[in-house]
Design a binder for this molecule. Structure first.
Ligand SMILES: CC(=O)[C@@H](O)[C@H](O)COP(=O)(O)O
Ligand SMILES: NCC(=O)COP(=O)(O)O
Length: 247
């Protein structure tokens, strides 16, 4: 099974919010993404709603529901408002991220050793609503080994360090670190997602790590779409995944 692409629409929402009207439309770009081969879409509503808004969740739920078999992934920090929105919408997947409200972007994974008990309660609540749960983690075998006790279905490997190393031409050591983390997750029976700063240049090499179920990509994809067109960019990502998946 080739790795599936979930297009993160945060940056479409950021442009939308800059003019106070629904242009560009997040739902329109979700339709484009799904129509050109993406398996799903992702948004990450942050407490300040700087880009994705809580209201986008229901709108995207309706778009994805019109595409049988496609998925909606909602990412975010599990505060009360986020959990209320997610439990009301019941997306396919919820990815829990340990971000503080004022963070510029996501820049670390969970300390599951420290927060595992609380995460287990949240995971049980989400899974009780039929939502698949993924935990955003660093490629740290110790933290990944602590994940099954939370009840989470998957981990999402935070790939910024790989992307940074790749851009500097020194990716092998970092790639091997991710390959070990991925193997640990698979051996524990965890599903395997990945994301943050993946792009058209670094994705193919990353996907040589066996067993990646899903990558969620948004920031670089949006920039690449400004240069190459949104539909063409989605098609290029899908082609990379099919090429690696078919090897
Ligand atoms: C969790 C993660 O790495 C990204 O999905 C995150 O959504 C990026 O957030 P920004 O788009 O706010 O940078
Ligand atoms: N979880 C990663 C994601 O959804 C998108 O991250 P990025 O491609 O915007 O860095």
């Amino acid at each position: 099974m080739p790795t599936q692409l979930s297009v993160n629409l945060n940056k479409i929402a950021l442009i939308r919010n800059s003019r106070g009207r629904d242009y560009p439309s997040v739902t329109h770009f979700a339709e484009l993404a799904l129509g050109h081969g993406a398996h799903g879409v992702t948004i990450h509503p942050r407490p300040d709603q700087r880009h994705a808004r809580y209201a986008d969740v229901d709108a995207l739920k309706a778009v994805v529901a019109a595409h049988p078999g496609r998925e909606l992934n909602i990412e975010g920090y599990p505060d009360a408002r986020f959990l209320d929105v997610v439990l009301a919408a019941c997306p396919t997947q919820c990815t829990l991220v340990p971000d503080e409200p004022g963070q510029l972007t996501s820049d670390h994974g969970w300390d599951i050793l420290r927060h595992g008990e609380r995460l287990a309660q949240i995971v049980a609540q989400l899974k009780g609503a039929g939502i698949r749960v993924s935990l955003f983690v660093d490629p740290d075998p110790v933290q990944i080994a602590a994940t099954p006790a939370t009840g989470a279905d998957r981990v999402e490997l935070y790939t910024e360090s790989y992307a940074h190393a790749y851009a500097e031409g020194r990716w092998l050591e970092e790639w091997e670190r991710f390959a070990v983390a991925a193997r640990v997750a698979r051996e524990l029976g965890l599903g395997l997602n990945a994301g943050h700063d993946l792009n058209l240049d670094n994705l193919g090499n990353f996907l040589r790590i066996p067993g990646i179920d899903e990558v969620s990509i948004g920031h670089a994809l949006t920039v690449e779409a400004l240069e190459q067109g949104f539909a063409a960019t989605i098609q290029r990502y899908v082609a990379i995944m099919q090429a690696v998946g078919g090897e």
